[in-house]
Design a protein around this ligand. Structure first.
Ligand code: NDP
Length: 284
């Protein structure tokens, strides 16, 4: 029984990124740049964007912040994406989702240059992921795999169960686990006998957005539990897993906060560094 320290693992990864940026800057005179785009004034999104900017600065990235009003038109946003696509100092573009309902998220995500799509949401990058040739793995699923590797969790041949089938977490983690030879079951709101399925999981990943949904009786003894959920209950953040009772039954579990969350930002920075390295190798 142990708690996975996502903050510590993320901090190690970020330290390595900062060191690599210094070396690359000495060699090329350039630093990687990340553009973040936020439309509207959703307070949670504003916090995410602020944290991303702070991390960028700390690690030595150049940060390009684009905060647009809620009533921004789709065309204006497409024009901004085009400008960022053509700016050589911008290596990664992140559009904070959800976008206001009058803007098509699909259209915007498809407008991002796949070489700068550090979230890995462009169809070209999704296709690469599905065929096992990912350039940019979506950040949260990539962070989960790094955590499992850091804690030397054997994935090969294990039964992995994923709760949730979103495009940003459930589906991509399904493919990443399958690529690592797990037998993967994906569950959603129409799944019958959910508890029977979760009890078979050596690795259980919860990404549904329902506070304390996964209870002790749903989890196998000695399992590894990854809690992706972030739910606000009163003034506290809790995950999708009923943490304390489940902790006593499992081998490893991620806390909320301090588990998967910090890894997501670290993976965004790693993808942006990769985009930068791809760009400078094209120029050399
Ligand atoms: P979505 O709302 O897009 O998807 C939720 C998924 O959960 C859907 O597939 C839904 O099924 C499924 N679901 C809902 N209720 C049940 C249920 N009772 N039983 C089984 N499945 C159910 O969520 P996201 O994937 O975007 O996010 C999930 C959670 O993870 C949220 O709390 C979010 O805040 C958090 N998150 C955390 C990140 C991090 O960095 N730590 C990053 C991204 C997300 P159906 O498809 O049938 O509707």
């Amino acid at each position: 029984m142990g708690i996975i320290d996502g903050k510590m693992v993320a901090s190690q990864i970020k330290g390595n990124i900062a060191d690599e940026i210094k070396i690359l800057e000495q060699k090329t005179g350039k630093i990687p740049g990340l553009a973040v785009v936020l439309v509207g004034d959703d307070p949670a999104s504003a916090v995410y964007i602020r944290n991303k900017n702070k991390t960028c600065k700390k690690l030595g990235f150049q940060s390009f912040e684009n905060i647009l009003p809620e009533n921004t038109s789709e065309l204006t946003l497409l024009n901004l994406i085009d400008t960022l696509n053509n700016n050589d100092r911008v290596n990664g573009i992140l559009v904070q989702l959800p976008l206001p309902s009058h803007i098509s998220s699909n259209k915007i995500l498809e407008a991002i240059d796949p070489k700068k799509d550090v979230d890995g949401f462009h169809l070209e990058n999704v296709g690469r992921l599905v065929t096992g040739n990912a350039t940019f793995k979506p950040c949260t699923p990539a962070g989960i795999i790094q955590l499992l590797d850091h804690y030397e969790v054997n994935i090969d041949g294990k039964n992995a169960v994923v709760l949730g089938r979103s495009n940003i977490v459930g589906k991509p983690i399904f493919f990443l686990l399958m690529e690592r030879n797990a037998t993967v079951t994906i569950c959603h709101s129409h799944t019958k006998n959910l508890s029977t399925i979760t009890q078979s999981a050596d690795i259980l990943i919860a990404a549904i957005g329902k506070p304390n949904f996964v209870t002790k009786d749903m989890v196998k003894n000695g399992a590894v539990v990854i809690d992706v959920g972030i739910n606000r209950v009163g003034d506290k953040l809790v995950g999708d897993v009923d943490f304390q009772p489940v902790l006593n039954k499992v081998n490893l579990i991620t806390p909320v906060p301090g588990g998967v969350g910090p890894m997501t930002i670290a993976m965004l920075m790693l993808n942006t560094l990769q985009a930068f390295k791809n760009f400078i190798s094209l120029k050399i």
